[in-house]
Ligand binder design. Structure first.
Ligand SMILES: NC(=O)c1ccc[n+]([C@@H]2O[C@H](COP(=O)([O-])OP(=O)(O)OC[C@H]3O[C@@H](n4cnc5c(N)ncnc54)[C@H](O)[C@@H]3O)[C@@H](O)[C@H]2O)c1
Length: 440
C-alpha cells in the first residue's frame, strides 16, 4: 500500500496539450469551459462525477474520486494543441459539427483564443487529409522533435503552468509493425537523426513530450508509445504513458456485453459489427491503411475476454467481423450495429441485436479529461512507464510485455478504483464479503 503523503499536491495550473484539434479535442475543451461556467454538467467523467467506496459496506464511506485523490480542478486547466489545419478551436468545433452553435455561444471567445501550433504531419501516415496549411517546415525528424519541445516550453511559460499532460487526439495513422528503430532508445534516436520512415509523427510528439517530462496518453490505435524505445524513455525520465485508442461506442458495448455472456457460459458463433459515421475521423478511416490500425484495435478485445483456447466449445469457432463505413450525412452521429449469434442449453441458438445511435465525440471527450487528470495524478504520485490501471479508457490497453491486456470493462473499473485506493493508503476491495458473516 502506498504512503498517502507521497502524492504531491495538485497546486497551480495544469496545461493539457492535444496533438489534433478536431472533433474530440474541441468537444472536450468546450465541455470543460461550459462546465466551469456552470452551463453544463460533466457527464461521462469519473474524475468529476464518480464516487468510490472505501472499507466495508457497513462503514458508509463513499467519497467522490476527486475528494479521495488530489486532482487538478477544472478552473486550473489551460488548453493548447497542434493541428495541420490552422482553424482555431471555435472554427474547428463548428466544422466538426458535434456541438450545437447555441451551446458554444457563451464560450465562443475562449474557444477562438485557442489556436493550434503548426503540426508535425506526413501524408505517408494519414492519407485522407487534403490541403493541410499549417505544418512545420523542418524536414529533420530530430529538429522537428526539438521544435515541439520549444512549443511545449513556450506554452508552459506563456500560460504560467506548473504541470502538463499530453493526449493524442490526432487522426489515426497508418498501420505499421514495429521496426528496428523502435527496439530501444538509442536506435530510436539514431532513427530520428536519420529520418527513418518507420517513425511516425505521433512518435515524434511522444518523444518530445517524454523528454520534457510530460505524461503522454494515446487516444488513437496507432502504436505511438507502445514500442520498447518509448517505454524505455518513459521509465528513464520517470514519466507515465498510456494507450491505445479511446474506448467509446461499439467497443465500449462489446466489453460490457461479452463479459456478461461469458460469465453465464453462453456460447457465441458470430459477432458482426458494422458502423456508419461521417466525421473527419470516418474520412481518415476510409483509407485502408488507417482502418487497419483501427481494425486490429477493435478485433483484439473479444479474443482476450472470451479466451477461445480455454473455452473451445463456447468460443472456438467465433466469427468476428468489424466494418467501418464512411457515410457523410451522419457527421459525428455514428450508428453502430452489432449482431451477436449466441447459443445456450442444448446448443439452442439465439440472437442479440444492438443498435447504438451514439455521438462519438460526446463519448470520447470525458475520456480525454479523465486521462489528462489521472496521468497528472500518476506523475505526482511518482508513477512512471505504462499505466495499466487506466486500461478502462482504452480499446487496446497498453500492457507490459508477456502479459495479456485486460479488456473486461468491469475488471478494468475494479483495477482503476483499487489503484486509486492504494495510492492513498486505503485497502483494495476484494468483494470477498466473508467478513460480514464471521461470528463475533
Ligand atoms: N469516439 C471517438 O471519437 C474516438 C474513439 C476512439 C478513438 N478516436 C480517435 O481519436 C482521434 C481523434 O478523433 P476525432 O474524431 O477528433 O478526429 P478528427 O478528424 O475530427 O480530428 C483529428 C485531428 O487531428 C489532426 N491531425 C492529423 N494528423 C495530425 C498530426 N500529425 N499532428 C497534429 N494534428 C493532426 C487532423 O487535422 C484533425 O483536425 C482519431 O485518431 C480517432 O480515431 C476517437
Amino acid at each position: 500500500m502506498s504512503d498517502p503523503n507521497s502524492i504531491a499536491p495538485a497546486e497551480g495550473k495544469l496545461g493539457i496539450l492535444t496533438p489534433g484539434m478536431g472533433a474530440v479535442s474541441t468537444t472536450f475543451v468546450a465541455g470543460v469551459l461550459a462546465a466551469r461556467k456552470g452551463y453544463a454538467t460533466p457527464f461521462g467523467s469519473l474524475t468529476q462525477m464518480a464516487h468510490i467506496r472505501l472499507g466495508k459496506r457497513t462503514e458508509g464511506r463513499n467519497p467522490m474520486i476527486k475528494e479521495l485523490v488530489p486532482l487538478a480542478g477544472l478552473d486550473d486547466l489551460e488548453f493548447g494543441g497542434w493541428d495541420p489545419y490552422s482553424d482555431d478551436a471555435y472554427t474547428s468545433a463548428m466544422k466538426a459539427g458535434v456541438l450545437d452553435p447555441r451551446h458554444v455561444e457563451g464560450i465562443g471567445d475562449e474557444l477562438r483564443q485557442i489556436k493550434p501550433m503548426r503540426a508535425v504531419f506526413s501524408h505517408e501516415w494519414v492519407k485522407n487529409l487534403d490541403n493541410v496549411d499549417h505544418v512545420k517546415d523542418e524536414t529533420s525528424y530530430m529538429t522537428l522533435a526539438e521544435n515541439l519541445m520549444e512549443d511545449i516550453d513556450r506554452f508552459r511559460s506563456e500560460k504560467q503552468l506548473d504541470r502538463l499532460a499530453m493526449v493524442w487526439c490526432g487522426s489515426t495513422e497508418a498501420y505499421r509493425d514495429l521496426s528496428d528503430s523502435h527496439r530501444d532508445l538509442d536506435a530510436f534516436e539514431t532513427g530520428l537523426k536519420a529520418n527513418d520512415p518507420a517513425i511516425s509523427p505521433s512518435q515524434i510528439y511522444a518523444y518530445a513530450a517524454l523528454q520534457m517530462g510530460v505524461p503522454f496518453a494515446n487516444g488513437a490505435p496507432n502504436l505511438t508509445v507502445d514500442v520498447p524505445a518509448l517505454v524505455q524513455l518513459a521509465k528513464e525520465r520517470g514519466v507515465p504513458i498510456a494507450g491505445k485508442d479511446f474506448k467509446t461506442g461499439q467497443t465500449l458495448m462489446k466489453t460490457m456485453v461479452a463479459p456478461g455472456l461469458k460469465a453465464r457460459m453462453l456460447g457465441i458463433n458470430g459477432w458482426f459489427s458494422t458502423n456508419i459515421l461521417g466525421n473527419r475521423d470516418g474520412e481518415v478511416l476510409d483509407d485502408p491503411e488507417s482502418f487497419k490500425s483501427k481494425e486490429v484495435s477493435k478485433l483484439g478485445v473479444l479474443d482476450q475476454i472470451l479466451e477461445p483456447s480455454v473455452y473451445p466449445d463456447l468460443y472456438g469457432d467465433i466469427y468476428h467481423k468489424v466494418r467501418i463505413n464512411y457515410y457523410p450525412p451522419r457527421g459525428d452521429d455514428k450508428e453502430g450495429w452489432d449482431n451477436i449469434d449466441i447459443f445456450g442449453w442444448l446448443g439452442y441458438k439465439m440472437q442479440i441485436k444492438i443498435d447504438f445511435l451514439c455521438k462519438d465525440s460526446i463519448l470520447a471527450a470525458p475520456i480525454v479529461l479523465d486521462l489528462a487528470l489521472f496521468m497528472d495524478l500518476a506523475a505526482r504520485a511518482g508513477k512512471s512507464g505504462i499505466q495499466e490501471w487506466l486500461s478502462f479508457y482504452f480499446k487496446s490497453p497498453q500492457h507490459a510485455e508477456g502479459l495479456y491486456p485486460e479488456n473486461d470493462l468491469f475488471i478494468q473499473l475494479t483495477k482503476l478504483k483499487n489503484n486509486l485506493r492504494d495510492m492513498v493508503g486505503e485497502e483494495a476491495i476484494t468483494h470477498l464479503g466473508t467478513e460480514y458473516y464471521e461470528d463475533e
